[in-house]
Design a protein around this ligand. Sequence first.
Ligand SMILES: [Cu+2]
Length: 635
Amino acid sequence: MKAKLSIYEALVHFLIVFAPAFVAAARCDATAVGDLSLPRIAANTNQHAAGLLSAGELTVELEIREGAFYPEDESGPSLQVFAFAERGKQLQIPGPMIRVPQDTRIHITVHNLIARDVLIHGMHARPGKNDDTFEVAAGATRDVTFSTGAPGAYYYWASAGGDTLGGKPYKEDSQLHGAFIVDPRGTVAPDRVFVIGMWRDRQLAQESFDAPVINGKSWPYTERLEYPVGSEVRWVWLNPSGNVHPMHMHGSYFQVLSVGDAEQSDPVPPSRVRDVSTHFMAIGGTMTTLWKPGRTGRWLFHCHILTHVSPETSVFHQESTHQGELTDPMKHMAGLVMGITIVARNQTPGEHKSAKAERKLQLVIAKDRSSPKKYTYSVLESGQVPQVGGGPGPTMVLTRNQPVAIHITNQLDEATSVHWHGIELESYYDGVPGWGGDGPRVTPMIAPGESFDALFTPPRAGTFMYHTHMNDLSQLSAGLYGPLIVLPEGTTLHAESDKVLVLSRNGKRKDGELLLNGSTTPAPLALYAGVRYRLRFIDILANNSIVIKAVQDGNPVEWIPIAKDGIDLASAQSIATPASFTIAPGETYDFTFTPEKSGKIEFTYDLLLLDEHVRQVAKVTAEVQRVSQTKAPSP
Ligand SMILES: [Cu+2]
């Protein structure tokens, strides 16, 4: 660990150019590798289209130069990278946005002013091909002319020979990308464009320290957005990075209207549009979203991969981040986080109509007696005694439309908070300390020894989760997460036919195992042929997505998807499908599954991109009597 730190420190000295205001000693170190007169790169909010549009033709002149990238404060630390600029103007991250109406003829000139050859992707008609590229040699100028092709959300990008991950540069040439938006004919609804960038210091995700940015900035320096309640909020998200990003909305659902990548943009057919609270963006992926915020308050939209939102894995803060800094409510997160304020249309703060709680629960947060580095949740009705053990928190079962008051007590030595992931509730109770709330009322941290009452009324039945939303990388991986099931009124959870399957990791990054319901070797399931089961999958791993399959006699079984992120799918989307899908951190998926025949079904849980696996065997018994006796769960 010591050796790693010193190597790391050396690397930081090598790569980070401190702002001129820093002390002379730091300047000396920095000047050893970089030129302090490097031009400052501006964060680009993608609100202005580059170039000159005239008579159906866009002319853009771009330059590639080297500069200093400031993902945090403008007087904070910087990284030496290559970036795009419009000719003669300030460098920008992301690069200048090319945005034109469909059928525009585009003429782009690229001046390469760095000492490396650059390979340009995506400057051509859409749909296009990833290998349709052109090179601009060091010092050279090239130009291309093309028509837009199909409308959609795309991006252009370039590499300058730096190291790559998932085919995308991740270091000095990681920020060579920009939005390329082709608007359809006719009236275009106003939208905003966000580009996710990822600078990292090494390839291996489990070891890397990163600078994840949205439009060139990392939380809390990302742009603050504000919309009136009931707005139709349209966003374009572009991910030119070599990482996946499951993007999670707090407190409400959004829709994904199109998906694609740099080269294509595919509208989702209306019959297949779903409401989601988390959407998995693949490496290089894009999405356009529609969100109709129904509640005032301050909300977050963020990546659910903890190394993309944690100060400890930020290249500027690292693992050595002091506890003191982590209790700053605006600094317990970093990276890919957007803060959105939803305001009342009449400018008065939203009303707090907290219904009288019909049900009272206690949530006790404590150190695990068997391992003080592990934390644990206990959920108690009145009069119960906490059981303190490892693994996921107990399944919290609530009832739809029943107001609940959850009295949270923090017995840890550090502050914490609890987020009710997927639940539509008031922002103040959403569990984001220092940010959540409405008007002057701000969600507090729950300090050691203190408590907080979370009040809400879950409006829909489904599969959700609860977890810490403070110092996530250490607290969540220490065990502060659990399944949250909301049932229809008048029903109870039948454990024999309703299976809650929680995927998590017993550690922060590479220091723990993949767990299913808290175990690396989960006990076999006993199922009965002909019985309808409800399977509720929850991914709350710190960082990883998982491919889930269920196979019998060499073939995937069929099941019926019925819900995603706790909201029921439209009946047209609930159709039998082979049992194979990818689940990302922050997502929940529900299926109904009726084993057809006796035998062995193998459930496999394989980590995406990494060689880690959990298996669970289900023994299916044909038991006719049992079938008639078992009450099937309602979907
Ligand atoms: Cu991410």
